[in-house]
Design a protein around this ligand. Structure first.
Ligand code: HEM
Length: 130
């Protein structure tokens, strides 16, 4: 009997990233990657934050330079492991037609790739920030 609530499939779609069966069945990341993840997030935040602080105060010699350099070295090591382990999953994750939001996902990946290439070209070619 239909109870009037969302069907199982609708519920699954709506809660994929809020503890759904499919999401839970997939299991947590492997222990090593799980331990690494908070460090990747923290290092990314410190590199970006200290970079923005440097842009904002226009300094070249203060402690933010040290923070930015040290956090970049840590970030590069952590980020390399994260990307080398996960990059192989990307094609099947992005191109999975059965997962919800296929079109919007492809569009977002396209927009982000073009924006990234544009920023790289602008900063490398025009050397605006140095
Ligand atoms: C080009 C760069 C990156 C690629 C290709 C990438 C790719 C991935 C992939 C494929 C997953 C697993 C998704 C799944 O199987 O459902 C993942 C998980 C995750 N990523 Fe990234 N990622 C990148 C950068 C980052 C950055 C910069 C951060 C931190 C700010 C980050 C934080 C996470 C977290 C917290 C998880 C979930 C926990 C885990 O599985 O480790 N990622 N990433």
């Amino acid at each position: 009997m239909h109870t009037g609530g969302p069907s199982g499939n609708e519920r699954l779609t709506a809660t994929t990233y809020a503890g759904s069966a499919a999401y839970r069945l997939n299991g947590p990341p492997r222990l090593f990657m799980r331990a690494l993840a908070p460090l990747v997030v923290a290092a990314t935040a410190v590199v970006l934050g200290s970079g923005v602080a440097l842009l904002a105060n226009g300094e070249r010699e203060d402690t933010w330079v040290g923070v930015h350099k040290a956090s970049f070295v840590a970030w590069l090591a952590l980020f390399s492991v994260h990307v080398l382990v996960y990059v192989w999953r990307l094609p099947s994750l992005v191109l999975d037609r059965r997962a919800p939001g296929f079109a919007i996902r492809l569009a977002l990946v396209g927009v982000v790739l073009i924006a990234g290439l544009w920023i790289a070209a602008e900063t490398a070619l025009h050397d605006r920030w140095t």
